[in-house]
Structure formats: structure tokens, C-alpha cells
Design a protein around this ligand. Structure first.
Ligand SMILES: [Zn+2]
Length: 260
């Protein structure tokens, strides 16, 4: 049976001397991996039709063998040339595609939200003036929310006191925050501080109608660090993501800022 869907390229890897395996985040069929036979032959119809971060119209034979389907045709719809002009944007896109690859399940329907979110962040990365580090943490948070792991920061998980304007500690293991009075002592390693200014960014980004506000988000170094720690600990606890790839992405994106 042939399936047709729009899909974003998450990963391209060699399969044989002339073929590729391409993994896609599809619009309606979740994460799908296809072989692309003869992909690198000089006269292949697939040459130049897909690359990391492209959105394509994909036709494939639904023949899961070892989890691999077979690509029939592929037409690029959105090349996102801006990613190829800015190495920081590309480094960020590369990490985010890898994150989606590891955070989603193969051929799992009902992940339209992840497809839309990824397309949106890749489009934003193509616009000059967008800070890739801000986009990276925004995407991580929205992805966690989309997968059912929204951080709860309104009230202390123990005593219920409202945390607005108060310093607090976020615990990814509980998915919520503690007020300073209820914070376990000694403070566990995986509890990260969330001050009032970080809470306000989280509230803004948690608003489902906040997409338009994203472009106006300006974060100071302290907020960026707090968000890095918060989303990092959530990715490790909720999705069991290993931190190495993310650490490289953060280091690469900070390089130009002169931040060590
Ligand atoms: Zn409390």
C-alpha cells in the first residue's frame, strides 16, 4: 500500500553504497523511516530532493521490514535555505531534529502537534535576528508539553502556596516546583532554581496562544541558564534523553556569544 504525507527530514544515514535511510517526522503517521534506493546514483530522481530540515511531500510503500518502509517519490516543499546560510541556526536545527528523533515513537499516529511544532521552529530559525538558544529552549519546553510533561510552576507541590513572585525549586521527578520552605534538604541534584523572572517566561511560553509572542522574547543570560537547566533536567527525567548531544549544541550556540 502506498502512503502519501508531508514530512520533515530528521536524519539521513547511509544504507548501502548507493542508498540512504531517511527518517521523517510525518504530518499524520508519526516518525517513519524509509530506505531510499539508489539515492546517490548520478541519475537518481531523489538527488537534491531531501536534506536535513526540509519539508517534503513523501510517497512511500508501507512495508515495514525491520522498521523500514520504502520511499517511492519525494518532492521538496520547503527547503529552509536560511539554515544553510547560518551555521548556528543549522547547529540548532540539527539538534532539534535529533531530539524529535529520540523523543518520538516510530509510526505512532497522533503526533501532528510535534510535526507542526518542528516545522514552526525550523521556519523561525531561518529568520535573521532570532536567537537560536532561545528558540531551542522554547522548542524543548513546547515539545515536553506536547508529550504530556508540562512543568507545573503555579503552586508549591507540597503546601499549595502560589509561587508567583517567589523563588522556588523545580523538581523534574515530581513535574512541579517547591516553595523554599518545602524544598527537600539537602537540595537534590535534579532540583533546579526557578526565580520569578524565569517563571514569567515559562508562563508566557506555556500559553497555547503565545506563538506570536515568541519573536518578542528577549532573555537575559540568567534566564537562559535557568531555562537550560530546567528543560535539561526534564528531558533527562521525562524522556530519558542523554545530555551529550544537547551539551554540544549549547556549547556551539554559545560560542559566538563569547560565553564559556
Ligand atoms: Zn511549599
Amino acid at each position: 500500500m502506498i502512503a502519501k504525507t508531508n514530512a520533515i527530514v530528521l536524519r539521513v544515514s547511509p544504507y548501502s553504497r548507493t542508498s540512504h535511510v531517511v527518517t521523517w517526522m510525518t504530518e499524520h503517521a508519526g516518525r517513519v523511516s524509509t530506505t531510499v534506493k539508489g539515492a546517490v546514483r548520478p541519475k537518481s530522481a531523489f538527488l537534491g530532493q531531501y536534506d536535513l530540515g526540509y519539508t517534503c511531500e513523501l510517497l512511500f510503500y508501507e512495508r515495514a521490514r525491520n522498521g523500514l518502509h520504502v520511499a517511492k517519490e519525494c518532492t521538496p516543499l520547503e527547503l529552509r535555505a536560511g539554515l544553510r546560510r547560518d551555521w548556528r541556526a543549522f547547529a540548532c536545527a540539527s539538534y532539534l531534529c535529533d531530539l524529535v528523533y529520540h523523543a518520538t515513537l516510530p509510526t505512532h499516529e497522533g503526533q501532528e502537534g510535534v510535526y507542526r511544532l518542528l516545522g514552526e521552529v525550523l521556519d523561525s530559525l531561518c529568520h535573521e535576528g532570532q536567537d537560536p538558544l532561545v528558540l531551542m529552549h522554547w522548542f524543548e519546553l513546547r515539545l515536553l508539553q506536547g508529550l504530556g510533561y508540562a512543568p507545573h510552576i503555579e503552586r508549591c507541590v507540597t503546601c499549595g502556596v502560589r509561587l508567583a513572585e517567589k523563588r522556588a525549586g523545580f523538581d523534574a521527578a515530581h513535574g512541579g516546583a517547591f516553595c523554599l520552605d518545602c524544598l527537600p534538604q539537602p537540595v537534590p541534584e535534579h532540583v533546579v532554581p526557578v526565580g520569578p523572572d524565569t517563571q514569567s517566561v515559562l508562563r508566557q511560553w506555556s500559553n497555547p496562544n503565545a506563538d506570536g509572542l515568541l519573536r518578542n522574547t528577549v532573555l537575559n543570560a540568567k534566564q537562559l541558564l535557568a531555562l537550560k537547566d530546567l528543560t535539561g533536567t526534564m528531558l533527562a527525567y521525562c524522556l530519558e534523553m542523554r545530555p551529550e548531544c544537547r551539551d554540544v549544541a549549547v556549547k556551539t550556540l554559545r560560542y559566538r556569544e563569547g560565553v564559556k
